[in-house]
Design a protein around this ligand. Structure first.
Ligand code: NAP
Ligand code: MG
Length: 398
C-alpha cells in the first residue's frame, strides 16, 4: 500500500505518560498509513529548559505559519518540578505562551463513546464549550473597606480627565471588586468562535447577562452581533448554520433539554464553571479533546487532560499502564483532518475519519482502557494502552 502524503503540520511533543502515548500513537496507528510530514518541536520540559523556553515560542510561530498544529500535554512547572528537573527558572505554561501568541480561544469537545451514556442521556451529540480566557474576575482588583465610607469607580483618560461613578456608600465594613476587559480581546474571542463554528458546521450560541450588566456584558453581546453581521452572516447562511445570543440562565435551561451538537461560547467565569460541569456529565477528562483557534483561523489540537503523572511513575517501574490515549489520538485525527480540509487532501480526511471509526468500533467490541471500563454500563475488562491502540489499528478500513 502506498502511504498517504500530506503538507506539513507543527508537531509539539510533550511530557511523561502522554509523551509515551504520543510515540505509540504515531508508530502503531498513524505511520503505517501516512507519510507523516511534521515540523517537530520538542516541548518536553528538559528541552524547554535547555532552550530557555525559546522552543515554545518557535512552536507557536510554526503553528501560525503552517495553520495547523498538534500538541502533546506538557508539564507546567511548579516548585516540585523545579527540583525534579533541576530547572533554571519556573517557566510559564506552554499553553499560556502559545495562546497569547496566537490570541486564540480554547474549545473543548467531549468524545462520545459507545456504551458510555452521558449523565444527561438526551445529549446524543457533544457540546463544545468555548471559554473567553481573558479578564473579568480572573484579573480583578479587590479590597475590604474596613469600615464606613464611599466606594467609587474612577477612570482617568490620557489627558488626565477623570470620570467617576459611585459604587456604594457603605454604612459599615464591606467588600469591593473592580473588573475589566479589553474590546480587542472580546473581538478576537468572537472571531475565533465564528471561525470554529464554520469549521465544525455547528450552530453557535453565546450567552451572557446583558439584562443585568448593561454596559459590561452588553459590550460582549454587541461585539458578537456586529462581527457576525459584518463578516459572518453570509458564510453562516451558506453553511446552513446559525448564531444566536441568549441569556446565560436561559442557555443553561436550553442546553439541558438539547440533544447537544452545538458550540456554546461563554465569558471567562461561566466557561470555567460550565466546562467542568459538561465534561463531568459526558464522562471523563480522558475523553475530552481541545482545540485552540486563532481569530485568523489557525488550529492547534490537543487533549484536555495533563501528562498523567501517576501513570508515568508506574510506567517507569516497568508496569504496562492502561492510560486512555483517545483524547491524544483525536488531537492527531483533528489536526490531520484540518490539514486535509485546508489542502483538499481527501485521502487524509478519509484516513482521519477511518481512525475515529476504528476507535469507536474497538470500544463497541468491549476493548477499552481502565478509566472507560469504569464508565461502561456493561462490565468490561480493561486493556493496556498499547494493546488498545493495536486493536484500533487493526480495525482501520481504508
Ligand atoms: P492529569 O494529567 O490530567 O491527570 C489527573 C488524573 O486524571 C490522572 O492521575 C488519572 O487518574 C486521570 N487521567 C487523566 N488523563 C487520563 C488518561 N488519559 N487516561 C487515564 N486517566 C487519566 O492532571 P494532573 O495530574 O493534575 O497533572 C499532571 C501534569 O500535567 C502537571 O504537571 C500539569 O502541569 C500538566 N497539565 C498539562 C496540561 C496540558 O498540557 N494541556 C493540562 C493539565 C495539566 P488516576 O491516576 O486516578 O488513574
Ligand atoms: Mg474550572
Amino acid at each position: 500500500m502506498t502511504k498517504i502524503r500530506m503538507n506539513p503540520i507543527a508537531e509539539l511533543d510533550g511530557d511523561e505518560m502522554t509523551r509515551i502515548l504520543w510515540r505509540e500513537i504515531k508508530e502503531i496507528v498513524l505511520e503505517p498509513f501516512v507519510d507523516l510530514n511534521t515540523e517537530y518541536y520538542d516541548l518536553g520540559l528538559k528541552h524547554r529548559d535547555e532552550t530557555d523556553d525559546a522552543i515554545t515560542l518557535e512552536a507557536a510561530k510554526a503553528i501560525k505559519r503552517l495553520k495547523v498544529g498538534v500538541k502533546c500535554a506538557t508539564i507546567t512547572p511548579n516548585t516540585g518540578r523545579m527540583t525534579e528537573y533541576g530547572l533554571k527558572r519556573m517557566y510559564k505554561s506552554p499553553n499560556a505562551t502559545i495562546r497569547a501568541y496566537l490570541d486564540g480561544t480554547v474549545f473543548r469537545t467531549p468524545i462520545l463513546a459507545p456504551g458510555i451514556t452521558p449523565v444527561i442521556p438526551g445529549w446524543i451529540q457533544p457540546i463544545t464549550v468555548a471559554r473567553h480566557a481573558y479578564g473579568d474576575v480572573y484579573r480583578a482588583v479587590e479590597m475590604e473597606t474596613g469600615g464606613r465610607g464611599k466606594a467609587e469607580i474612577v477612570f482617568t483618560d490620557e489627558s488626565g480627565k477623570e470620570t467617576r461613578k459611585t459604587i456604594y456608600e457603605f454604612e459599615g465594613n464591606g467588600i469591593i471588586q473592580g473588573m475589566h476587559n479589553k474590546l480587542s480581546s472580546i473581538e478576537s474571542f468572537a472571531k475565533s468562535c465564528f471561525e470554529y463554528a464554520l469549521s465544525l458546521h455547528q450552530n453557535l450560541w453565546f450567552s451572557a447577562k446583558d439584562t443585568i450588566s448593561k454596559i459590561y456584558d452588553e459590550a460582549f453581546k454587541r461585539a458578537f452581533d456586529e462581527i457576525f453581521d459584518r463578516e459572518y452572516k453570509d458564510k453562516f447562511e451558506s453553511a446552513g448554520i446559525t448564531y444566536f445570543y441568549t441569556l446565560i440562565d436561559d442557555a443553561v435551561a436550553r442546553a439541558v433539554r438539547s440533544k447537544g451538537g452545538f458550540i456554546w461560547a461563554m465569558k471567562n467565569y461561566d466557561g470555567d464553571v460550565l466546562s467542568d460541569m459538561i465534561s463531568a456529565a459526558f464522562g471523563s477528562l480522558a475523553l475530552m479533546s481541545s482545540v485552540l483557534v486563532s481569530p485568523d483561523g489557525c488550529f492547534e489540537y490537543e487533549a484536555a487532560h495533563g501528562t498523567v503523572t501517576r501513570h508515568y511513575y508506574r510506567y517507569l517501574k516497568g508496569e504496562k499502564t492502561s492510560t486512555n490515549p483517545m483524547a491524544t489520538l483525536y488531537a492527531w485525527t483533528g489536526a490531520l483532518k484540518k490539514r486535509g480540509e485546508l489542502d483538499g487532501n481527501d485521502a487524509l480526511i478519509a484516513f482521519s475519519n477511518a481512525v475515529e471509526n476504528a476507535a469507536m468500533e474497538t470500544i463497541r467490541d468491549g476493548i477499552v482502557t481502565g478509566d472507560m471500563a469504569l464508565l461502561m454500563t456493561e462490565k468490561t475488562e480493561s486493556a493496556d494502552s498499547e494493546t488498545f491502540l493495536s486493536e484500533i489499528a487493526s480495525r482501520i478500513k481504508m
